[in-house]
Design a binder for this molecule. Structure first.
Ligand SMILES: *Cc1c(COP(=O)(O)O)cnc(C)c1O
Length: 222
């Protein structure tokens, strides 16, 4: 199927959920992004700063760019002027740097805290406890140029749907708890980023508001 048809298919599944599709274009050329753009897609996700920046520069300026992969503090400056949402904040140090860059660029940068919900050792992210430490910290109150919009999480890479569902459920539960506990000028819980090509249908049923879908739209990555 074509990129256009693939996007239509995912959008049919999103129907009425209020959830938004982020087309994950990492490793695919600008032409593939343009094909999705022509099909009406406007939100795109990349996992590397060095790939995001050239695409941002080359492609139409009404595209909303999300950074979904691990971000090093020394690279925040390259995306701070235009990035719409950073899904992958996994340390207080990174949050602080994003705020500093927000100040320099005179804008509020929207972020999600990435929460560790899978069993694999390799995944980045904060534990529930570490996330609460961030949300409770006194220093956070001084961050005028970031806004925490919610959480991002990746489920285990497994065929076991019950396990994936359980992990998404645990994140949704934590999200709802934090939403009722933490609210400030720079903390406004309304986005829950979970679900990829293999598991977005489960994520939708478990309350995702942003799904990050790459291979189901653009094809298998090499
Ligand atoms: C690559 C990637 C995705 C998309 O994965 P697909 O399986 O191709 O849909 C989603 N989220 C993150 C963080 C990624 O790095």
């Amino acid at each position: 199927m074509s990129i256009d048809e693939n996007i239509k298919k995912v959008n049919e599944n999103l129907n009425k959920s209020g959830c938004h599709l982020i087309a994950v274009s990492k490793t695919y050329p600008a032409e593939a992004v343009m094909e999705a753009y022509e099909a009406g897609q406007r939100i795109f996700g990349e996992n590397k700063v060095q790939e995001l920046v050239p695409k941002y520069e080359a492609l139409p300026k009404d595209i909303h760019w999300h950074l979904i992969g691990h971000l090093q503090t020394n690279k925040v400056k390259y995306i701070a002027s235009f990035v719409e949402l950073i899904h992958s904040v996994d340390s207080f140090k990174l949050l602080k740097e994003i705020n500093n860059e927000g100040v320099k660029n005179n804008r509020v940068i929207n972020v999600l805290l990435q929460i560790y919900i899978a069993e694999e050792e390799t995944k980045f992210g904060l534990s529930f406890q570490e996330a609460e430490e961030v949300l409770r910290s006194e220093e956070l109150k001084k961050f005028t140029n970031i806004k925490i919009n919610g959480f991002m999480g990746m489920a285990s890479n497994t065929e076991d749907h019950a396990k994936i569902r359980k992990e998404f459920k645990s994140l949704k539960f934590f999200f709802d708890q934090c939403k009722s506990l933490y609210s400030a000028t720079n903390v406004d819980f309304h986005e829950l980023s979970m679900g990829m090509s293999a598991d977005y249908k489960i994520a939708l049923e478990e309350g995702s508001t942003l799904i990050r879908v790459g291979s189901s739209i653009f094809g298998t990555r090499k």
